[in-house]
Write a protein that binds this ligand. Structure first.
Ligand code: MN
Length: 243
C-alpha cells in the first residue's frame, strides 16, 4: 500500500514525522508537504505561478518539500507517485474541530485527496508551547488507521486528539456561530495592525467533535465533499411548487 503523508505545518514539523513513522508500519510512505507553514490556508491552490518541489530528508524518510499550499502538495504528490492508496495529513499542531475544519490546511490536504478519489484521514492535536509528546497519541493513531482500513467505506475522516486521550468517539462537526471581533494594536514602527478574534454564541452540543475533545476522547468525524443543504433545497423546491 502506498501512503502519501502531508500536512499544513510544513515538511519539518514534528507532527508529520510522528505520523509518517507510524504510517511506515502500514505501507510504503512518501512525505510530500509544504516547505513552510501553511496553517489556516484552507483549500487554497496555486494558479498564478508554477509549483516546484525538492527532495529532502526528514529523519531518514523519503520526503519532498513543495513551494505551495497543502492541497498543492497532495495534488503534486499523487501525480508523481502512481496510484496512491491512502493520504494521511497531520498531525497538526492545533485542533481542527468545528468551524476550524473550514480554515484548516490539514483537513484540506485530506479533502484534496478525496477529490482525487483517494481515501484520506486528517489528524490534529492540541497546540502547546511545550513540545508535544506524540507517543501518547500513537496507540490511538494506530487504532484509527486500522479501523479506517477495516471499514473500507470512509472517503474522508477528520480526527482530533485531546491532550490525554482515554478512548475513541464517532462524532459530528460542532458548528457554532460566533461573534467576530477585531483588536487593534500598534507595531514598533507606530503602524496600526489588527488581530482577529472570535467568541462562540452557543454551548457545546453532545456528540460533536468539540464535546469529545472536552471530555478527553479522540474525535472521529466522517466528512463529505458535498456541502449542499439537502433539507433546505427540498423545502425551497416544495415552496416553489406550491405557488
Ligand atoms: Mn497547522
Amino acid at each position: 500500500m502506498r501512503i502519501l503523508v502531508s500536512n499544513d505545518d510544513g515538511v519539518h514539523s514534528p507532527g508529520i514525522l510522528a505520523l509518517a513513522r507510524v504510517a511506515q508500519d502500514y505501507g510504503d510512505v512518501r512525505v510530500v508537504a509544504p516547505d513552510v507553514e501553511q496553517s489556516a490556508m484552507g483549500h487554497a491552490i496555486t494558479v498564478r505561478r508554477p509549483l516546484h518541489y525538492h527532495r529532502t530528508r526528514i529523519d531518514g524518510l523519503d520526503a519532498y518539500r513543495v513551494d505551495g499550499t497543502p492541497a498543492d502538495a497532495v495534488a503534486l504528490g499523487a501525480h508523481h507517485w502512481d496510484k496512491v492508496d491512502l493520504v494521511l495529513s497531520g498531525i497538526n499542531l492545533g485542533l481542527n474541530i468545528g468551524h476550524n475544519i473550514r480554515h484548516s490546511g490539514t483537513v484540506s490536504a485530506a479533502m484534496q485527496a478525496a477529490f482525487l478519489s483517494i481515501p484520506a484521514i486528517a489528524f490534529s492535536g492540541p497546540s502547546s508551547d511545550d513540545p508535544v509528546d506524540y507517543g501518547v497519541f500513537e496507540p490511538y493513531l494506530r487504532q484509527v488507521i486500522e479501523l479506517f482500513l477495516d471499514l473500507d467505506d470512509l472517503p474522508l475522516l477528520n480526527v482530533n486528539f485531546p491532550l490525554q486521550p482515554k478512548g475513541l468517539r464517532w462524532t459530528r462537526q460542532s458548528v457554532r456561530h460566533y461573534d467576530g471581533y477585531v483588536i487593534p494594536g500598534e507595531d514598533p514602527m507606530g503602524r496600526t495592525h489588527y488581530w482577529f478574534g472570535e467568541e462562540p454564541r452557543e454551548q457545546v452540543e453532545t456528540g460533536t467533535d468539540r464535546w469529545a475533545i472536552e471530555h478527553g476522547y479522540v474525535s472521529m468525524t466522517p466528512l463529505r465533499l458535498d456541502v449542499t443543504d439537502d433539507q433546505r433545497l427540498e423545502r425551497v423546491l416544495r415552496t416553489l411548487q406550491d405557488r
